[in-house]
Design a protein around this ligand. Structure first.
Ligand SMILES: Cc1cc2nc3c(=O)[nH]c(=O)nc-3n(C[C@H](O)[C@H](O)[C@H](O)COP(=O)(O)OP(=O)(O)OC[C@H]3O[C@@H](n4cnc5c(N)ncnc54)[C@H](O)[C@@H]3O)c2cc1C
Length: 483
């Protein structure tokens, strides 16, 4: 029986385990942490539970496919809830409440500004055409530049509008900055500013508006816990607290792994650990060609995040997903893209306890604050500065809502970009991985079958087709074409 090793039990590694688990392989997943999930794991602080990272799940059909490969049905294994209220967006002068119903949204825009409802519906229609054009490209391997000449790619190019950014594309529908920002903040899911993200990524808000935004009872972390359970039920083995020290390569062939000083031979090796971390730390430089450490340093990386997890002795009436936008959001985005810090913060809040009582004790709540910040390429002494940013973030939420949160904090935890790098093995703390500029997408992004070393495969946010849960799951599905 063919032996397959997977390095990392993040969403990418677990999805790979699911996709391959019914194909008669002997699958071993090695995870350095004590629990599965990676950046998407569940964290427990006192009596409170949190999603460490992802909270927004969209394009759920891809996850359904992952479960089908393993012989299961997503909705029978997990309680999946489509949100009626997508999110609350708090701008300086107006708050938008986004619904799962596009007509409600069109009416809301129209009330705000005459003609904006029609702009929104025009935009929505255009995205449907775009998604149809690019879906097949994102769902297949893209191993060579010659793939740009494929029929489906050539057909899609007019829809991709490579010269436009997300921001400039949206401005063609309506020039109002609140309109644009309400449909472009999703570029941050890629760790990019909407001024830099290629216009193809306006499909992100479309996926939320047209196909839905989902919550899973217990948090998105539960997807990982469930996948681990099902992989083991299908005969796979998950080794926890098992950091891989090295991928052994001989004559351009991956031969196995070194774990705790011991060599384990494998026929195929799949890497889910952060791509740039793995290339730098797990493979000897002499075996690399395109991704030697000095070349990785020249690549573009996403922003990072400063995280605050609060256990509160009260439930607050925030939306499940809420964003407080900076006063000058455009300046903030431009600064972030250049690696600059700003005091004019933008904050994302996740307040799951109103709809899901599994996060916190009765009448208490778990609240998560995410502040986008530059990655570690911009030097900062996080140990020194983290208390200040913590206070600034909480001040802003209190001011914006006219409430006191501090008196209700029973426990808290902070994660800085430095922690993302040192504890979670994410290079530069760039949690959304390699940036998604055109020079690092499709044929130019690390491919799922690694070209320079045989029997080596890649899954996860740093690989084709991209960062974000749906594309990470898709990277695992693509492996089905090779293994
Ligand atoms: C704060 C935050 C919010 C996010 N929000 C969203 C969101 O709302 N929606 C969305 O779609 N995406 C979101 N993302 C992006 C993305 O979905 C997650 O980062 C996702 O967890 C990435 O999955 P992955 O499998 O690529 O990597 P990881 O989750 O990092 O998994 C890699 C695994 O490899 C393990 N590992 C590393 N080194 C070794 C080693 N040497 N030996 C063994 N194991 C090793 C790690 O411990 C980890 O378990 C968010 C990310 C963050 C950080």
């Amino acid at each position: 029986m063919k032996k397959i090793a997977i390095i990392g039990a993040g969403p990418g590694g677990l999805a790979a385990g699911m996709v391959l688990s019914k194909k008669g392989y002997d699958i071993h997943i090695y995870e350095k942490d004590q629990r599965v999930g990676g950046r998407s794991q569940r964290i427990t602080i006192g009596d409170y539970q949190f999603d460490l990272g992802p909270t927004c799940l969209m394009y759920i059909d891809i996850l359904r496919d992952v479960f089908k490969f393993a012989g299961y049905e997503l909705e029978k294994e997990l309680e999946v809830i489509r949100l009626d209220h997508l999110y609350t967006l708090m701008f300086n002068d107006v708050t938008f409440n986004m619904s799962k119903d596009p007509i409600d949204n069109a009416n809301m825009y129209e009330r705000y500004s005459k003609g904006m409802g029609e702009s929104y519906l025009n935009w929505l229609n255009a995205q449907e055409t775009k998604l149809n054009a690019i879906e097949s490209i994102l769902k297949r391997p893209f191993p060579n530049v010659s793939n740009y000449l494929r029929k489906d790619v050539l057909k899609a190019i007019p829809e991709l509008r490579p010269a436009q950014s997300v921001y400039s594309h949206l401005s063609k529908f309506n020039r109002n900055s609140n309109f644009i920002n309400s449909l472009s903040f999703q570029s941050k899911y890629l760790g990019m500013s909407s001024f830099d993200a290629p216009s193809v990524f306006t499909i992100l808000p479309y996926l939320e508006h047209a196909l839905g935004l989902y919550h899973v009872k217990g948090g998105l972390n539960q997807i990982n816990e469930k996948m681990a359970e099902l992989i083991e039920r299908n005969g796979g083995t998950i080794h926890l607290s098992a950091p891989v020290e090295k991928i052994v390569v001989e004559n351009k062939n991956a031969k196995g792994l070194v774990v705790s000083g011991q060599f384990f031979p494998f026929d195929e090796v799949i890497v889910n650990a952060d791509f740039s971390y793995a290339m730098t730390n797990l493979i000897e430089e002499k075996h690399l060609r395109k991704h030697k450490p000095h070349k990785l340093e020249k690549m573009k990386y996403s922003i990072s995040t400063f995280m605050i997890y609060l256990g509160l002795d009260k439930k607050f009436d925030f939306a499940h997903h809420e964003i407080i936008f900076s006063k000058n959001y455009e300046a903030y985005l431009n600064g972030l893209a250049k690696g600059e810090y700003s005091d004019d913060l933008s904050i994302y809040l996740h307040n799951p306890s109103l709809m899901d009582d599994s996060y916190a004790p009765k009448n208490h709540s778990s609240l998560y604050l995410l502040v986008p910040v530059p990655n570690l390429r911009t030097p900062k002494d996080w140990e020194r500065d983290k208390d200040q940013l913590y206070s600034q973030a909480i001040d802003l939420v209190e001011r914006k809502h006219g409430i006191n949160i501090r008196n209700h904090i029973t426990t808290s935890k902070v994660i800085t970009p430095q922690d993302w790098e040192s504890t979670y093995n994410v290079k530069y703390g760039a949690v959304f991985n390699l940036a998604h500029n055109l020079g690092q997408m499709l044929a130019f992004r690390p491919q799922n079958k690694y070209k320079d070393i045989n029997h080596l495969y890649l899954v996860g946010g740093g690989t084709h087709p991209g960062s974000g849960l749906p594309t990470i799951y898709q990277s695992a599905i693509i492996l089905n074409e090779y293994l």
